[in-house]
Unconditional design. Sequence first.
Length: 193
Amino acid sequence: MSASSIVYFDSAGAKNTDAVLDAVLERLAKGGIRDIVVASSSGATAKKVLSSLAKAKVNVVVVTSHCGFEKEGECEMSKEMENELIASGAKLVRASHVLSGIERSVNRKIGGSSRVEAIAEALRALFGQGMKVCVEITVMAADNGAIPCGDVEVMAIAGTDAGADTACVVRPAHANNFFKFQVREILAMPRVR
């Protein structure tokens, strides 16, 4: 496959969403991708992705935060939005964040650091929040059986705070085989984090 160009942004954030979706559509046209994983807390980014990919024959998996992520006992994405996304053909995954999970709770209570959070921080520092989330949501989707795993390639879309500013093509892996995960193509990302 010929090399794709990478779209770089001067800063992170939702203002880059449309350009990320353009890069995603350009890469989809080259073939080989049948599954797309997108991070979406409220559902707004997922709706944009689904609208943009309406004519594409791909499995869209929306990965959202676990209930209680922002406020105890509450889910960020409303049930109405979940139903709308599913009716639009998306699969929905709600799970604990694989790169923090219970480790974050232990660190908040007794201090220290964890290897899992060190991986998350390394991804954030080296490639930005969006890339860290792309890796995380792909593992979460694989662990939930929402995407194939192994020697396949899927596309991941995520962002910093809101919207999308990062997209990549990856070889997914389950959490128990995390080091088989590979970022194979970077389609878009912020230069400055």
